[in-house]
Design a protein around this ligand. Structure first.
Ligand SMILES: [Fe+2]
Length: 454
């Protein structure tokens, strides 16, 4: 059974997915947030049973698909909306679908939604399902990454009969609290049925932690890494959407806000020592260091720092394998574990993310150029364009210096005592062309605390 889920609002989509995950039968859900892609998917994928689309006037008029369904397809159409669509032009085709057309409100409750979907499936597949009142309902673990406080008790499932409470109502949890379950490949946590409806409503309405402009600095690091984690998934599902940009923008705001904090460097180095996800962690650190380098150069401006933070957050969003990224970036012995094709694919990621970003006009200017250049090297043998130190732009050079510094930190396992050695090593490479000024900026970051031999 296949459902094509076309939604523009990510939070609302998650709520619907929460309901779909808890149907008493498994369904294959194909997602899109793009109206023209919805039409393409419908054409390409055989046997779609239900198109479940939102309808928002002027931004995503999902109901318009009704006319194609009428002519060319036999699937059912469920439209979720907050608008009154009766009397609109598309409503006529929608109505003409008769028993295949269903209109629901965005805040539909779970039971109504389940009954609707099950009734459709019963009619289409001639199967009989009943709405079942379970004691526990499953919730994707990744949904818990958006906040750090639970509003109801949360469980893990050990067996059909046995559930264990892991978080109690009101608990504040950290990323690590969740990671230990993710490392065991646990994809779902559970809440009690009585809390489920409210949980679903919260999912579509509650802002992410990163959106809290008064966020306590001690939560910023987790909030940024978790947001990067979520954004990674969003990009793999739907590309660089406005919602991705919105979350990146909040992250950039939080980064800017904590830069003044003197303790951040030591905290950063201490906490990243044992971290495993290179893709997420190094993105955050590159954001931090590219901002620091820029602040220590003579062309610092809020606008420039924003471009750097955006690029740092976006740089590796098309990649999925942190080990491969780390092996190639640090040129470690692990590189032999990967095929030439895997490495070639990895090396194409600057172009991939650059192309995705170009499609979104809300991203600050020049971010695409930084992204395309972020693996160039001062020796002129980087990828994809092997730019010389004079061809790379000043802005990209700031980013590359910060990126290289972070990779050096990984090489030295975040040992603060090695920073002077790192800077001495980098000095030999980066005292050239457009890298010179950013490298001087990097030296200034550490000038107060560290003396670097020449
Ligand atoms: Fe990269």
């Amino acid at each position: 059974m296949k459902i094509l889920l076309a939604q523009t609002n990510h939070k609302l989509k998650d709520r619907l997915n929460l309901y779909l995950d808890n149907l008493p039968t498994s369904v294959e859900v194909i997602e899109t947030s793009d109206i023209s892609q919805m039409k393409d998917l419908l054409e390409q994928i055989m046997g779609i049973d239900i198109v479940l689309t939102c309808h928002e006037n002027s931004s995503f008029e999902g109901m318009k698909i009704a006319s194609s369904l009428l002519k060319d397809y036999d699937c059912d159409l469920v439209v979720n909306t907050e608008e009154n669509l009766e009397g609109s032009l598309e409503y006529k085709s929608f109505e003409a679908l008769n028993e295949r057309s269903h209109l629901i409100q965005n805040d539909v409750n779970c039971e109504t939604f389940h009954n609707l979907v099950l009734d459709i499936l019963k009619r289409r597949k001639d199967l009989s399902f009943e709405y079942t009142e379970e004691e526990y309902r499953k919730v994707r673990l990744i949904y818990f990454l958006r906040c750090n406080k639970v509003l109801c008790d949360v469980y893990i499932k050990l067996s059909e009969e046995k559930y264990i409470k892991i978080l109690k109502k009101g608990d504040i949890y950290t990323r690590d609290d969740l990671q230990k379950y993710r490392e065991k490949k646990i994809k779902f946590l559970y809440v009690q049925s009585e809390d489920y409806e409210e949980f679903g409503a919260g999912l579509s309405k509650t802002p992410f932690l990163i959106e809290d402009k008064n966020l306590d600095p001690k939560y910023v690091e987790d909030a940024i890494i978790n947001t990067l984690d979520i954004v990674h998934e969003m990009v793999s599902e739907s590309g660089v959407t406005d919602e991705v940009i919105n979350l990146v923008d909040y992250s950039v705001y939080q980064i800017e806000n904590t830069l003044e904090d003197d303790r951040i460097l030591s905290r950063l180095l201490a906490s990243f020592k044992d971290r495993k996800d290179y893709l997420l962690d190094h993105s955050y650190m590159v954001a931090y260091f590219s901002n620091s380098v820029c602040s220590n150069m003579d062309w610092d401006s809020e606008e420039i720092r924003k471009k750097l933070s955006y690029a740092a957050m976006l740089q590796d969003l098309t990649l999925a394998d942190p080990e491969l990224a780390m092996a190639v970036n640090l040129q470690t012995a692990d590189m032999v574990n990967y095929t030439d094709e895997q490495i070639a694919y990895y090396k194409s990621h600057p172009q991939q993310i650059c192309e995705l970003v170009k499609k979104n006009n809300k991203i600050p200017l020049n971010v695409d150029e930084i992204l395309l250049s972020h693996h160039e090297k001062p020796e002129g043998n980087g990828f994809p364009r092997a730019l010389s130190s004079h061809r790379v732009t000043q802005l990209s050079a700031v980013f590359i210096v910060a990126h290289s510094f972070v990779d050096e930190l990984y090489r030295e396992e975040f040992d603060l005592d090695k920073v002077s050695t790192i800077l001495a090593r980098m000095k030999k490479r980066f005292s050239t062309g457009n890298y010179q000024k950013p490298f001087d900026g990097l030296m200034n970051v550490f000038k107060k605390t560290i003396t670097v031999g020449s």
